[in-house]
Design a protein around this ligand. Structure first.
Ligand SMILES: C[S@@+](CC[C@H](N)C(=O)[O-])C[C@H]1O[C@@H](n2cnc3c(N)ncnc32)[C@H](O)[C@@H]1O
Length: 533
């Protein structure tokens, strides 16, 4: 299953677009012309520093490409190699670094003594403080918590090894004043990071305040990165300045070996406009995104999408009114976490129908638990879910949307549903679902975004198969063939452009290559039907 719908970062394939035969179908996207930054830094009372476009930026243009200041295990990390970050929890025998004793993948780990891996100085510090003596290999949960202090330690190491980078890092927002007043959060950092570094490892040259500040900086500013099953976090010297928007105008990828982060425009960004990304999962409803932002990034989002009851006409959070035929239950004031939800039907039959924020949350959590129980390879269960909630959730409701994204990808791909073996009905269903979700992405994930690229690739297959079946069963006009091929080509070209920026070996990168091959095959059809474009 592709993870494309998740907010994640992937490796850039900058410059990977081929110019070999057949690529005449592919339009060019200009990249950094080397004229210096395309952005400038501004400051606002509400957002602090943020960046705006210095001139008009085209979709697909690279805005920032940079190496990390520091990378390493996430706060919810598993036991992983300190050099290459491979998950080690399924290893039967753990290899350990001969010097510091921390788990590693092997003696040959490519990350040993590497800048973004297990450096010599880190190894010496971890050895000298006998940090491995605190491991309890019988308690996996406890073992994981040791890894949570690694990135803070790496930040602290920079203080002596690279004061310039340390200064950049310490200049980032930590939201200490807010975080200090969240007792559970502060206490967790105190026990898992501060006490570990100062009390257990006895690295007393660092103050508690300094370490708490670093914890905050990491919470507020890190990017979740990693390829091929690796899940880590990284701090970047400029990209952290991008402000949040629930309809972002950029997307980003990260390089597999260097962890270089590339920020690209997904839509046109006009001169003077903020360059934004989403710190939350865009395919969730307003209340869930805002809750996430408040709890994890410590601000209340008031963007255009959050302020609009209808979520820009997508109705991603709307329920179907249980009391009337054509009403939708919408949040009365989406910027108020405690707001009631009411039917938008002004007809008398529904006047006064409303439910509280608490009831709405309980309902969403209950249905969400149900979604979590569904196997994302089980087409029948997913279709049953959509049928069960047809009269409860708007078809674009984020819980339906999640299911539809899975369906758009598994129809045609899993045993019993292989694309060539599908009847007309499931083929049409795959096409219909792709169209439905694309119309939502047009609004909330617009432009050259990964999920659009994947879905455009997915939709081409049923359209193409339906066409060839039709041609085999009955005579069909050249014009109809041409029109259908043109439609398929349109999907594939956009999919290829988007997915060519993805890591070559990722699911999306491989899909991008398949889109390119399919474009070339369609070119062959021109011999039969004449020029398509
Ligand atoms: C990654 S930092 C961005 C850089 C930060 N503004 C600075 O000056 O260092 C994230 C923080 O910026 C602020 N921020 C970003 N986008 C925002 C938005 N749309 N509304 C309000 N605050 C925002 C919040 O304080 C958030 O915790």
């Amino acid at each position: 299953m592709s993870r494309s719908h998740r907010r994640r970062r992937s490796r850039s394939s900058k410059g990977s677009r081929s110019t070999t035969d057949g690529s005449s179908f592919l339009e060019d996207i200009s990249e950094d012309g080397g004229e210096g930054p395309k952005y400038e830094i501004k400051t606002s009372k509400i957002m602090g520093r943020y960046i705006v476009a210095k001139k008009d930026i085209k979709p697909g243009e690279v805005i920032i490409s940079e190496e990390p200041l520091v990378i390493g295990p996430c706060t919810d990390c598993k036991v992983q190699c300190l050099g290459c970050y491979k998950d080690l929890e399924k290893e039967i025998r753990l290899f350990r670094c001969s010097k510091c004793g921390w788990p590693m993948c092997s003696k040959q780990c490519p990350g040993i003594k590497k800048h973004h891996g297990h450096t010599e100085i880190e190894c010496t510090i971890l050895q000298e403080c006998k940090s491995a003596s605190f491991f309890n290999y019988d308690d996996l949960e406890d073992l994981r918590t040791h890894f949570q202090a690694i990135v803070p330690l790496r930040c602290l190491i920079l203080k002596t090894t690279d004061p310039e980078r340390y200064a950049i890092l310490m200049d980032m927002e930590s939201h200490n004043e807010i975080r200090r007043n969240i007792p559970d959060l502060w206490a967790l950092n105190q026990s898992r990071v501060v006490n570990r570094i100062i009390k257990h490892w006895k690295l007393t040259e660092f103050s508690e305040e300094e370490i708490h500040t670093i914890c905050g900086i990491l919470e507020v500013n890190t990017f979740q990165i990693g390829q091929q099953g690796i899940n880590i976090r990284g701090l970047y010297p400029t990209s952290f300045l991008l402000s949040h928007n629930c309809v972002p105008n950029t997307n980003h990828t990260d390089e597999e070996d260097t962890y270089e982060l590339t920020i690209r425009a997904s839509t046109k960004i006009q001169e003077g406009h903020p360059i934004t990304l989403s710190y939350a999962y865009t395919l969730q409803c307003t209340s869930k995104r805002r809750e996430h932002l408040l709890e994890n990034k410590f601000f209340e989002c008031r963007c255009e999408r959050c302020s609009d009851q209808t979520e820009l006409g997508t109705y991603c959070g709307a329920l179907i009114c249980p009391k009337c035929d054509n009403g939708l239950v919408l949040c009365d004031n989406p910027l108020d976490f405690d707001s009631t939800w009411s039917c938008n039907n002004t007809a008398k039959c529904c006047a006064g129908y409303s439910i509280s924020a608490t009831s709405m949350n309980l309902l969403l959590n209950r249905i969400s638990d149900e979604v979590d129980q569904i196997d994302c390879n089980d087409i029948k269960s997913m279709e049953l879910f959509l049928e069960k909630y047809r009269n409860v959730l708007h078809p674009n409701h984020y819980l339906c949307l999640g299911i539809k994204i899975y369906l758009s990808q598994v129809y045609g791909r899993i045993s019993g549903y292989i694309i060539q073996e599908l009847d007309e009905k499931p083929l049409l269903r795959k096409k219909e679902i792709c169209k439905e979700i694309l119309s939502v992405f047009d609004v909330i994930e617009p432009g050259l975004t990964r999920i659009r690229g994947v879905t455009l690739y997915e939709i081409h297959a049923p359209v193409m198969i339906l066409l060839t079946r039709q041609m085999e069963s009955q005579p069909i006009s050249k014009n109809l063939i041409k029109a259908t091929l043109k439609e398929v080509l349109k999907y594939l070209i956009e999919a290829e452009i988007i997915l060519s920026h993805e890591p070559k070996n990722s699911v999306e990168g491989i899909m991008g290559k398949a889109a390119r091959d399919a474009i070339l095959q369609i070119k062959d059809w021109e011999k039969i039907v004449g020029k398509i474009r």
